[in-house]
Design a protein around this ligand. Structure first.
Ligand SMILES: [Zn+2]
Length: 91
């Protein structure tokens, strides 16, 4: 965000309310791994309802998919950017 006086700020989402429930960002790597694995299964099974429930939690988490290996199975194991996790902490 850039103010009229030229100062720049980066907005950081610290929480989200969905259907009246306040959610905080996931900061546990194991839980994030479970979220993206379940999201992939829902996507592969074309289960849009489940995927739409997982997506906000994945987006809000303090992690994101590794930009180097893109969490692809074949390149993830040797990825030094994420140490084989397939995701990295958001900056
Ligand atoms: Zn990686």
């Amino acid at each position: 965000m850039v103010l009229p006086d030229g100062h720049q700020y980066e907005l950081v989402e610290t929480g989200r309310t969905i259907d009246g429930i306040a959610l905080e960002p996931v900061d546990d790597p194991d839980i994030f791994r479970a979220l993206i694995d379940n999201g992939l299964v829902a996507q592969e099974c074309r289960d849009l309802h489940s995927f739409e429930k997982l997506r906000p939690l994945i987006e809000l988490a303090k992690f994101c998919v590794c930009p180097t290996c893109l969490d692809r199975f074949d390149s993830r194991e040797d990825c030094t950017a994420c140490n084989g996790q397939g995701f990295v902490a958001k900056l």
